[in-house]
Design a protein around this ligand. Structure first.
Ligand SMILES: C[S@@+](CC[C@H](N)C(=O)[O-])C[C@H]1O[C@@H](n2cnc3c(N)ncnc32)[C@H](O)[C@@H]1O
Length: 353
């Protein structure tokens, strides 16, 4: 599946990630954690001949304007040989538009067409904008089906169908880091080192038992929910520092009729006592460094950690941090510039790869 957009955020601070669902709001507010009510924003589309894509992305970067880039490799493809940039500008950014457009016209020196479209939009439209680009995705056995495609969806044999809407939270499986986690989850049975964890996940839970699955930074709940569908006996705890992520997770949990089996919370990881068989941490490299002590503490012996959101250049450092805390690397996958890792906590310190 092609990417929906290539997304770029500029002036990105350490520890921040580009979020596939959130990017539109990021663009609106020029800050990842700003939550806003209905607000007006300007959508600006600039389409140029493909050779101008790189200089134009540099120009936008210099002006600290976040953008999404569409070409033949993305779903919302412009005509062949052309590249289109989408910008979503808030009130403080709109005054920069005339000067930006002059610079764009000066950049394109060979007489090829520059197409500019501008439209004032309402923040509340964004969910519908997103719907145009989010179609059913398949990652291994897992099919992620948005509500507007659910009625027509035909499950394939052996498919795990996850009904999921992005809402305003991260994680529809469109971002490489989510995909890497889902791929590792789907392939868990391929690794002998995960046997103990899988046995735990398959046990019948008794009411009152603590969760066997922990999703740290659950976004829209995609990873915890996929794991619950794979292990119909298990229970999960999904946490996120973003209250909107928890709202969306709860909506998706209900959509999949898993409310009995998933608990969600904005409380910090340190507040919980769970010691789980399967833990997800699709966060960022720096956040994983910060949380690794607590994450390992919440993993039972024999338990498995699937972590991503790690830039491949950061991967060795993150793996080393977990190795120092007793985990063993089982698998390391890469896609684009992202890494996803599967590690486990040996029961008696012996390695069973
Ligand atoms: C990259 S998204 C991953 C979402 C989803 N799990 C997925 O795989 O698509 C990271 C999420 O982690 C949350 N987050 C960041 N730091 C966190 C922390 N210290 N504790 C819990 N959640 C955190 C963010 O709010 C965001 O929703």
């Amino acid at each position: 599946m092609a990417a929906v957009y290539r997304t770029f955020s500029v002036g990105r601070a350490a520890g921040q990630t580009i979020s596939e669902g959130r990017i539109i709001r990021t663009c609106l507010t020029a800050g990842r954690f700003v939550i806003c009510g209905a607000m007006q924003y300007r959508e600006l589309r600039i389409e140029v001949a493909a050779p101008y894509a790189e200089p134009l992305s540099e120009l936008l970067g210099e002006r600290l304007l976040p953008f999404q880039e569409c070409d033949q490799g993305t779903l919302d493809a412009p005509p062949v040989g052309r590249t289109r940039f989408h910008l979503y500008l808030d009130d403080s950014q709109v005054p920069a538009v005339p000067d930006l457009l002059t610079a764009v016209h000066e950049l394109v020196t060979d007489g090829t067409n520059v197409v500019i479209e501008q439209r004032d939009r309402d923040d509340s439209e964004w969910r519908d904008v997103w719907k145009q680009y989010f179609a059913t995705r398949r990652i291994g056995r897992i099919a992620i089906v948005p509500s507007w495609e659910a009625a027509d969806h035909q499950p394939k044999p052996g498919e795990i169908t996850l009904h999921l809407d992005p809402g305003r939270a991260f994680g529809t499986g469109g971002h490489a880091s989510t995909r890497l986690c889902l791929l590792l989850l789907d392939k868990l049975a391929d690794y002998e080192a995960t046997r103990e964890a899988r046995e735990w996940l398959a046990k019948d839970f008794v009411k009152g038992d603590k969760a066997q699955i922990l999703d740290v930074g659950c976004g829209c709940g995609v990873l915890a929910l996929a794991a619950l569908l794979l292990w119909p006996q298990a229970r999960a705890l999904a946490i996120d520092i973003d209250p909107e992520a928890i709202e969306v997770t709860d909506e998706n949990t209900a959509r999949n009729q898993l409310t009995e089996r998933l608990r969600s919370s904005t409380k910090r990881l340190q507040r919980f006592k769970e010691s789980v068989a399967l833990q997800f941490g699709n966060l960022t490299g720096p956040t994983l460094h910060l949380l690794c002590d607590d994450m390992v503490r919440h993993l039972r012996p024999g338990g498995v950690l699937i972590a991503s959101g790690i830039l491949t250049i950061e991967a060795d450092g993150v793996i080393e941090a977990f190795v120092q805390r007793g985990l063993v690397l089982v698998s390391h996958l890469q896609e684009e510039e992202w890494s996803g890792i599967l590690m486990y906590r040996p029961i008696d310190g012996t390695t069973q790869l």
